[in-house]
Design a binder for this molecule. Structure first.
Ligand code: DO4
Ligand code: MG
Length: 289
């Protein structure tokens, strides 16, 4: 199947949320005119490739990409996140906390990965909307992560970009505070669309870039490769689905491989840009919540 970009969007001339195919020429083909009402239903189809080929044979109306408002591709899926899957993440967390260093060291090597709940779908932030830093935290960072899009059968049907916003001082104080460091208003952004039809071997060659701008200047920039991730995508998915069903599918953030220096903390007014090659860019301003 040729990779395709599937999005959720609104457009001035329609009152409802539409589903579209994003084309490299900067247009969005409107699949809703061919009867597609929900992206999660489409992603559930075992014959997704054939269905997309059939749908795109219709002459579908096109919108200019810069004239639509992209919404997060998360519709009804829970969002979960894997952690300490990159060596850089393990090192950063061991440095941030004497208290928890052994736990991070152990989980990086252990057969069972760290996987935690991140967000209900309603709270996921769309491209262009604000992500949050907690007002009771002093050390806040974005975590740029590849997100796996998984259907209810446990099959990885696509990939997208996630931002696992985190309060490092809260997480570093005590591992038991992890949910407070990770789950709060606007702590998870996902988008701008789902790429379907790319195999894991291909995705592992892609780069992840993070750029944080403050007052129009780059305050931090970093890059890694998906290939630096220690674990396989199926390994993470298999653990996530152990003794747990996701009737509407699930999004799994796969961990952060770029960590800004310890002297850096986000501030309200910053902008976070996460780019993954062959997917695109997820950009959000930062506010204090
Ligand atoms: O245990 C801390 C969180 C790890 C994490 O979110 C990551 O490595 O991306
Ligand atoms: Mg993370």
């Amino acid at each position: 199947m040729t990779p395709m970009k599937l999005c959720r969007f609104t457009a001035a001339q329609h009152a409802d949320v539409r589903i579209g195919v994003v084309e490299d020429v900067g247009t969005v083909r409107d699949l809703t005119t061919a009867g597609v009402r929900r992206l999660d239903d489409l992603l559930e189809r075992a014959d997704l490739g054939d269905e997309l080929a059939r749908l795109t044979r219709h002459s579908l109306p096109a919108h200019a990409l810069d004239a639509v408002r992209l919404l997060t591709p998360v519709e009804s899926q829970e969002v979960w996140a894997a952690g300490v899957t990159y060596l850089r993440s393990k090192q950063a967390r061991m440095d941030e906390s004497d208290f928890s260093a052994r736990a991070y060291d152990h989980v990086y090597e252990a057969p069972r990965p760290e996987i935690f709940f991140k967000s209900v779908p309603e709270k996921v932030v769309s491209p262009g909307d604000a992500v949050g830093i907690r007002r009771d935290a002093q050390w806040n960072v974005p975590e740029p992560e590849l997100a796996l899009v998984i259907n209810s059968a446990g099959s990885i049907v696509g990939v997208t970009i996630g931002n696992d916003m985190s309060s490092r001082d809260i997480e570093g104080e005590n591992l038991l505070y992890l949910p407070q460091a990770k789950i709060y208003n606007r702590s998870c952004a996902i988008g701008p669309w789902v790429v379907v039809g790319a195999a894991e071997d291909e995705v592992r060659q892609w780069t992840i870039q993070l750029q944080i701008t403050r007052d129009e200047e780059t305050a931090f920039a970093g890059e890694t490769r998906v290939n630096q991730i220690k674990r396989g995508f199926s390994e993470l998915t298999e653990y996530l689905f152990r003794s747990q069903a996701f009737p509407r599918g699930v999004m799994l953030l796969t961990g952060a491989g770029i960590v800004p220096p310890d002297s850096f903390t986000l501030a309200g007014g910053d902008r976070v840009r996460i780019t993954i090659s062959s997917i695109g860019t997820l950009e959000n301003p930062v506010i204090v919540v």
